[in-house]
Design a protein around this ligand. Sequence first.
Ligand SMILES: [Zn+2]
Ligand SMILES: [Zn+2]
Length: 371
Amino acid sequence: MSAEKIHIEVVYALAHEQTLLMLDVPKGTTLIDGVKLSGITNKYPEIDLEKSKFGIFSKLSKADVILREKDRIEIYRPLVGMLDFDLHCHSTFSDGTLTPTQIVARASERGVTMLALTDHDDTDGLAEARDAAEKCGMSFINGVEISVSWRKHTLHIVGLGIDPNHPPLVEGLKKVRSGRGERAQKMADELAKVGIGGVLQGAYKFTTNPNMIGRTHFARFLVESGHCKDVKSVFNRYLASGKPGYVPHQWADLADAISWICGSGGIAVLAHPGRYMVGRRSMGKQTMHELLGVFAELGGGAVEVVTGSHTPPQYAEFARYAEEFGLLCSCGSDFHGPGESYRDLGKLPDLPLGCRPVWEHWQHVSALKAA
Ligand SMILES: [Zn+2]
Ligand SMILES: [Zn+2]
């Protein structure tokens, strides 16, 4: 009598192609043995089973986990290099805790050779950062992160290589900023209803630029006052969509944000797309498709693939989306301050193989590469 078998699938995705193998393996087979039995390494000898990571249905899994019927194993390319480009971070000009000069110094210490400062809806920190970057021989890219409302979602669109003096951009950002004070008042009212008082004053205490009061400042106050243990749990409990303290707000129009960025000579990047949720669930494949289609059609040029908000399965997922929609790939830590962010500045995992990096867009970078 033959041993009982289960059916599994093994997937290996590159930006330009995806291979799916289906096979039956004996019950009790481990993930790594399933991969070996699939013979995928015959087709792709470059797969290094020692260094690759694996997932089952896009969740990271250990190599020795026992497979179950209909499991789909995904193989993630080892992140070969560490990028010394960081194209997304925040300073005290929005909700970061370090000044632009301190950000540049920290980035430089950590080996970053090209940095973009991308404060929320504000470009006033760029001059200081550029000065500091010049002094330590680091390439600096003018950036901004614009808050956008699209359908019922709040999206972040990063602009890279912008001209901060471009009048439509200046005017547009001013308008986006002006809604923040009003929203802060409403958030405080909502939190008061669930018994948390004095929040508005408390949150303002944490701002370094009162025009830029935002959820992070509320979060820091809620941590300080002992309501939550850290900033991440504040968002899980209070300030995210569907939670008390969340106030829907009309930010910039997607088309406007892209046109301000592109009109100023920059490239529009869809920031951390893996983070856009509906309640506790991701926005879903269909909505993501629609979003990327609209974004590309409006002139959007790139998508963040490697970011502090994505897991390795999401690096692969958004690399495929970028390929499908003809978008370049960007990377950035989204650093806000020591101890507060998922990732520190720089030392980001390499972009998945086959990605066209956003810096292809910049001529002076090509010149650097050629030198
Ligand atoms: Zn963001
Ligand atoms: Zn950000």
